[in-house]
Design a protein around this ligand. Structure first.
Ligand code: FES
Length: 132
């Protein structure tokens, strides 16, 4: 298990093998204040990347079909609402209505075949987070 950051225990999200390169993402929840917010993790360029599931244009979820975050090319994350496209490794919007803005990136680590989210303030583990 990875080291805790911000004094919060890592949250196991899924098996590393569950995340295919450019394939479906795994959704989970994070807690912020008293709210639960959707988040997701995908694999790109061999590494797992996690973000809040909130577009930088309007805070709507990106995936129009659950878990479908990549565009047809598999090279960009795409918001289903107005088509903003994001670099999967940085979360920066590289096209669309919020160009130059970014998705909120979460700290993800792979260890021994498992994918973990390392919660950092202001985010905390949600009750139902992980456990996939
Ligand atoms: S809500 Fe995502 S592009 Fe507008």
């Amino acid at each position: 298990m990875p080291e805790a950051v911000s004094g919060q225990a890592p949250v196991r999200l899924c098996d590393a093998a569950d995340l295919e390169e450019g394939g479906p993402g795994v959704r989970f929840s994070v807690a912020l204040d008293r709210r639960e917010i959707g988040a997701f993790v995908v694999r790109f360029d061999g590494a797992a990347h996690g973000y809040l599931n909130q577009c930088a244009h309007v805070p709507m979820e990106l995936d129009w079909q659950e878990g479908r975050f990549f565009d047809a090319s598999g090279l960009y994350l795409m918001c289903a609402t107005h088509g903003a496209v994001y670099a999967p490794d940085s979360g920066e919007c590289v096209g669309g209505p919020c160009r130059g803005a970014s998705l909120a990136k979460l700290r993800i680590e792979e260890r021994e075949g498992q994918v973990y989210w390392l919660p950092e303030a202001p985010y905390r583990a949600a009750e139902a987070a992980g456990g996939a």
